[in-house]
Design a protein around this ligand. Structure first.
Ligand code: DGL
Length: 271
């Protein structure tokens, strides 16, 4: 038994789409969540920058005695996972491998699409992880950076939004994929619009859900679950607590109070 918190990081509020199912699946676990809004979007940054930001957040969690870190960000998972796994004192899980596993299981025709940020697509982390599991799978990776501001601004409906989504998904039309990985934390929020555009025959995969299952399995096998306790949930943002609290309360359907930790404080805080 271990009552220490589970720690989640994202480049912004999008990772709350992973925290929410984690809270439902593991209701006794305390959690820490860091949204690095000062550095959003990670998807437009250089790989070393994403590694540095993610490592600073991991050290922040280590100073708060987290028992596990979940990188609730596809871009950071794609670029920083191996570094974090070697540099931090707790197990670190990313979303790419669990998402790829689910996609390979879901696909019948071995044609899998991935939509993600530019940085995730350029890294080919999903293609490589899928091909490790299924060497004959054809993986079509498409960067959809224009979808992220829609979600940040809460624009989930209307013809202009549908047109933008149709344009972003255009490279997938005619590709023959039967499965699509939502390889960005923001995309599960607009999955109905994505599904409507691609039609019911394409199975959408949310890597976050699969990652929570993997975390649950590890905690169970290693007897690290929290047991009966009243958990606490702490939220940190590097930029804008008011924005974080507004979006966080809406998505999580609970009161969210975020503390500001500036990038300077983050690097000085715990070393
Ligand atoms: N959280 C990022 C991801 O899942 C999307 C937003 C960003 O570019 O930082 O890839």
């Amino acid at each position: 038994m271990n009552s220490a918190p589970l720690a989640f990081m994202d480049s912004g509020v999008g990772g709350l789409t992973i925290l929410k199912p984690a809270m439902a699946r593991l209701p006794s676990e305390s959690t820490l969540f860091f949204g690095d809004e000062a550095h959003l979007p990670y998807g437009e940054k250089q790989p070393q920058q994403v590694i540095d930001y993610s490592l600073a957040i991991g050290r922040f969690f280590a100073a708060r005695h987290a028992k596990m870190m979940i990188i609730a960000c596809n871009t950071a998972s794609a670029l920083a996972l191996p570094t974090l796994q070697t540099q931090l004192p707790f197990p670190v899980l990313g979303v790419v491998e669990p998402g790829s596993q689910t996609a390979v299981q879901a696909s019948s025709n071995h044609k899998i699409g991935v939509i993600a940020t530019r940085a995730t697509v350029t890294s080919h982390a999903y293609r490589d992880a899928i091909n490790q599991l299924d060497p004959v799978a054809e993986v079509v990776e498409v960067a959809c950076p224009t979808f992220i501001p829609l979600v940040e601004k809460g624009q989930y409906s209307g013809q202009a939004v549908r047109d933008l989504i149709a344009a972003g998904l255009q490279p997938l039309q005619g590709s023959g994929i039967d499965t699509l990985v939502l390889g960005c934390t923001h995309f599960p929020i607009i999955q109905d619009l994505i599904q409507a555009e691609l039609g019911p025959k394409v199975t959408l995969v949310d890597p976050g859900a699969a990652t929570i299952e993997q975390a649950t399995q590890w905690l169970t096998e290693h007897e690290q679950l929290a047991g009966n306790q009243t958990p606490y949930h702490d939220y940190y943002t590097s930029s804008d607590p008011a924005h974080f609290q507004r979006v966080g309360s809406e998505w999580l359907k609970r009161k969210v109070e975020a503390q500001l930790v500036t990038p300077n404080q983050l690097t000085q805080d715990d070393q």
